[in-house]
Write a protein that binds this ligand. Structure first.
Ligand code: HEC
Length: 93
């Protein structure tokens, strides 16, 4: 990922610790969130962390970011992220 987003959200935007995952989230949602952060609207201390990173973004950069994240695919797995973990193949029959 460009910028420094990956240092908190993870190199594959999968999230880590208490940082939310971003990959494949709805574009409208991500755009709304980023613009809110950019306007310095934070509901809690965690979000203030994001404000520092969002203030530097232009409309165009936000658009590029949300498109990138929405379309993001793990190159090795070629699968979209899902909240549930699926096990393939060894269930027997
Ligand atoms: C210093 C760590 C840090 C960095 C760097 C960072 N974020 Fe975040 N981000 C957070 C935290 C913490 C939250 C969760 C805030 C909360 O509690 O809702 C968050 C939330 C978000 C959300 C809202 C997701 C949701 O589920 O509510 C978006 C979108 C987002 N970040 C995008 C970005 C982008 C794009 C970048 C790079 C420009 C970035 N972040 C860089 C820490 C970071």
């Amino acid at each position: 990922m460009e910028k420094t987003c990956y240092s908190c959200h993870g190199p594959k935007a999968e999230g880590m610790h208490n940082y939310p995952y971003l990959a494949n989230r709805a574009k409208g949602f991500l755009e709304y969130k980023l613009k809110r952060f950019r306007d310095k609207k934070a509901d809690n201390q965690q979000q203030e962390m994001m404000v520092a990173y969002a203030v530097g973004l232009s409309d165009e950069e936000i658009e590029n970011l949300v498109t990138f994240l929405y379309e993001y695919k793990d190159e090795e797995q070629q699968e979209r992220y899902d909240d549930s973990y699926r096990v393939h193949g060894d269930g027997g029959s």
